[in-house]
Design a protein around this ligand. Structure first.
Ligand code: SAM
Length: 261
């Protein structure tokens, strides 16, 4: 015999659980999609005995034009939008990055987080001769792929890939790399390091009045402590550039913080 109160209660319970899952999915949609995509890639890596970054490199070597940075960028975007999601800044935010680089016309640039070298190629293709560009990466496998991609793009003379953690390398920039101050910093490494590394740049006197700090992914994965700091510490003039997460239909943004000196 059907027990009506039990059926009603269990249906209500099922509905509540479904609503809860739906809410969590909606709030964390980008994170869930990324996690699913990365799990699929991890299985593919094991089956093919090759990393995704090596597959990106192979695709570039096979399809892009040697010495043509734009064709390198286009082919990375093609691979990552059509085949395997990757954490490059991507084309939509890349256009904002291009505009901020062009308008600040930098002579000395630091990038925190190289990965496969996509943004390094993207930035360096816009730079006049003689500009110094340093990019920091602590994963040796990523740094090796980045160097090959940068070399293929014809930009190896413009770029110094510094292998190590940002916390170790930033304090060495003045003495070891003869950097006076930085005109432009692209912050795109692990999000919990955005705020401490920005403060480290200040502490090491690497920022001057007008230095531009441009941070990616301030919405997804998000860097709330960094945003709170640059917007409220009184040392920066901030502008937010809303956009979309690389290769996904999810809102993200870049934050530009100009040091007041
Ligand atoms: C989002 S990816 C960089 C993407 C790249 N800027 C682009 O758009 O093509 C972040 C990279 O930062 C590196 N990374 C994270 N924390 C770091 C740290 N503290 N020091 C050096 N590299 C770091 C990671 O290994 C990863 O390759």
């Amino acid at each position: 015999m059907v027990d009506v109160p039990t059926v009603v209660l269990s249906s209500a319970g099922t509905l509540c659980i479904a609503a809860l899952f739906f809410t969590i999915y909606n709030r964390r949609r980008a994170h869930i999609k990324m996690a699913l995509s990365l799990s699929y890639q991890a299985i593919k890596n094991i089956l093919l005995c090759q990393t995704k970054e090596q597959r990106i490199l192979d695709f570039v070597l096979k399809n892009a034009v040697r010495g043509d940075p734009q064709s390198v960028i286009d082919n990375i975007d093609k691979y990552c939008s059509q085949r395997e999601w990757s954490m490059n800044v991507g084309n939509e935010k890349g256009i904002i990055l291009d505009n901020v680089v062009k308008e600040s016309n930098p002579s000395t640039i630091l990038e925190l987080g190289t990965y496969c070298g996509y943004s390094a190629v993207r930035i360096c293709r816009l730079l006049k001769p003689g500009v110094r560009f340093f990019t920091v990466e602590f994963n040796p496998a990523y740094a090796a792929v980045a160097k090959q991609i940068i070399e293929f793009a014809g930009l190896i003379d413009k770029v110094q890939v510094l292998e190590g953690s940002t916390g170790d390398i930033i304090p060495q920039l003045k003495k070891k790399y003869e950097v006076d101050t930085l005109d432009f910093v692209f912050v795109d490494h692990w999000k919990d390091k955005y705020k401490p590394d920005t403060q480290l740049l200040e502490k090491c006197n690497l920022l001057r009045k007008g230095s531009v700090v441009l941070a990616d992914n301030v919405i997804v994965p998000g860097a709330p402590d960094f945003l709170e700091y640059v917007r409220n510490c009184g040392k920066y003039d901030c502008t937010n550039f809303p956009s979309f997460l690389e290769y996904m239909d999810e809102k993200d943004a870049l934050e530009k913080a100009v040091f007041r000196g």
